[in-house]
Design a protein around this ligand. Structure first.
Ligand SMILES: Cc1cc2nc3c(=O)[nH]c(=O)nc-3n(C[C@H](O)[C@H](O)[C@H](O)COP(=O)(O)OP(=O)(O)OC[C@H]3O[C@@H](n4cnc5c(N)ncnc54)[C@H](O)[C@@H]3O)c2cc1C
Ligand code: FES
Ligand code: FES
Length: 464
């Protein structure tokens, strides 16, 4: 079956491109739509921003450089060329950028136009803060952001909403010796995994997409989880919330806001809106990076990973899931089906802190996640996990032991911070030195104490 999608209002049936071709290459080289730019080819600059929307979904801005053409199946795609009305009447977003003198060389401008177009479609309240969040994934090197933010604020959220047509999706696309499977059910996904143990499992592709965009390597066989119904559900019962492994960050956020607001705050700093619209918690977990942001939070919250393979379903505790550097407890015929997070008890204190060089769009040097209960001034239970401190995201047992049963005081926090030296011997890399990581992790224990007990002590300084 061809890949079918609408491109700037025209139905395309594509059956002659490699499934490893990026959407950016496709738009520029096959369709001649050169308004979509290539800056970094790794999801960082936003020059390649386009929007996609399914018939039932919201308009999403995404990085075309990280997506593969078959990921467009069933979508309505809009590029900067698709925004002008007949007669070359420019779109209100473009007009606002012109009127606010918000472009100099113009290289970044199509990306900003598309990010802001998507923003106006979301119906969010337009404030400088929400605009900043919406364009945090778009870099401009010469104009400066103030006129761009002014242009966005001047727009309000008046944009006319567009409902795209429903387009039948295919569950298989092939070209040459490459295959792209897009199963719709868990049963089909698991069967495909069993039949093709070497195929790449693709969720949002914000990690895996680098193979095509940066390394320029074909994938051979890909099994996409994006259309699997069971993996796209969020279910809550009296005890827990279960997130399907293919639910993207944007969809996860409202539930995390309720469950653990500090976790939600951290997820809002994962990449950019473009990345969060595609990237999934499941991908973050299975990528098994020692500096992935969600695993320490999931470990501290005592989450359970639900794996599914040829022999059925099994549950793996989050603190046993990461077995070695970039290795997980999944066996070759298994996929991650879901992540179950217990509902935090009302008196649970949960905090997650991400330490990185920039606030937005940066990978962590260290992530600390802390879940504790204090009863009558004494630490009654505690789970602590760190990322960036070892080859895997990991618990901090010595630190936990230094807190459990002790008075919740600054002295205890300082002693528990010192105990972290027994738990971790971090590495030096280009993000941070060993000494910095050790010190900052130690200080984060004090931060939890100050954050949760001393309202008058500021624990974070934000740029205005
Ligand atoms: C510009 C940029 C910024 C980023 N910023 C951050 C950041 O701030 N913090 C952070 O933690 N990460 C960040 N990332 C990394 C990435 O966005 C996250 O790790 C994301 O969660 C990956 O999810 P995905 O759905 O895109 O995974 P994919 O790329 O689709 O897959 C990632 C890995 O998981 C495997 N996989 C996916 N789903 C399953 C499944 N159900 N079962 C088995 N295996 C599976 C894939 O085979 C692959 O090995 C960033 C990436 C980019 C490009
Ligand atoms: S080219 Fe930079 S984000 Fe795609
Ligand atoms: S206008 Fe030149 S990079 Fe933004």
């Amino acid at each position: 079956m061809p890949v079918r999608f609408q491109l700037n209002g025209v139905l395309i049936e594509e059956d002659d491109v490699s499934p490893s071709m990026t959407v950016l290459d496709y738009l520029r080289d096959t369709k001649g739509l050169k308004g979509t730019k290539e800056g970094c080819a790794e999801g960082d600059c936003g020059a390649c921003s386009i929007t996609i929307q399914s018939a039932l979904g919201r308009v999403k801005t995404v990085n075309a450089c990280l997506m593969l053409v078959p990921q467009l199946d069933g979508m309505s795609v809009v590029t900067v060329e698709g925004l002008s009305a007949p007669g070359d009447v420019i779109h209100p977003v473009q007009q606002a950028l012109v009127e606010n003198h918000a472009a100099q060389c113009g290289f970044c401008t199509p990306g900003f136009v598309m990010a802001l177009y998507a923003f106006t479609q979301t119906g969010e309240t337009v404030t400088p803060d929400s605009v900043h969040e919406a364009i945090a994934g778009n870099l401009c090197r010469c104009t400066g952001y103030r006129p761009i933010v002014d242009a966005a604020v001047s727009l309000g959220s008046k944009a006319e909403k567009v409902i795209p047509p429903a387009i039948d999706q295919s569950d298989y696309y092939t070209d040459g010796d490459e295959d792209f499977f897009a199963p719709r059910s868990l049963g089909h996904l698991v069967a495909l995994r069993s039949d093709h143990p070497d195929a790449y499992i693709l969720a949002g592709g914000t990690d895996l997409g680098m193979r095509a965009s940066k390394d320029r390597q074909p994938y051979g066989q890909v099994i996409s989880t994006a259309n699997v119904t069971e993996l796209n559900q969020i279910e809550r019962d009296a005890d827990s919330v279960t997130f399907g492994a293919a639910v993207n960050y944007t969809r996860v956020l409202p539930m995390l806001d309720e469950l653990a607001p500090s976790f939600a705050q951290l997820v809002r700093r994962i990449g950019s809106r473009q990345i969060r619209n595609l990237g999934t918690i499941g991908g973050n977990i299975c990528n098994a990076s020692p500096i992935g942001d969600t695993p320490p939070c999931l470990i501290a919250l005592d989450a359970t990973m639900i794996a599914h393979g040829a022999n059925g379903r099994r549950e793996i505790s989050s603190d046993e899931f990461f077995t070695d550097y970039r290795k997980t407890a999944l066996v070759p015929d298994e996929i991650l089906e879901a992540i179950r997070v217990p509902n935090p008890e009302p008196d649970l204190i949960f905090r997650a802190y991400k330490v990185s060089k920039r606030f937005d769009q940066d990978i962590s040097a260290v992530v600390g996640a802390f879940a504790l209960k204090v009863e009558d001034g004494i630490v009654a239970s505690v789970r602590i996990a760190f990322g960036g401190m070892a080859a895997t995201p990991a618990c901090a047992p010595a630190c936990e032991a230094a807190l459990l049963g002790k008075p919740w005081s600054l002295e205890t926090a300082v002693a528990a911070g010192a105990a972290l030296r027994e738990d971790f011997m971090p590495l030096t890399d280009f993000r941070a030195s060993q000494g910095y990581r050790a010190r900052v992790a130690e200080n984060l224990i004090q931060r939890v104490f100050l954050d949760t007990t001393k309202e008058d002590v500021p624990v974070e300084v934000m740029a205005l």
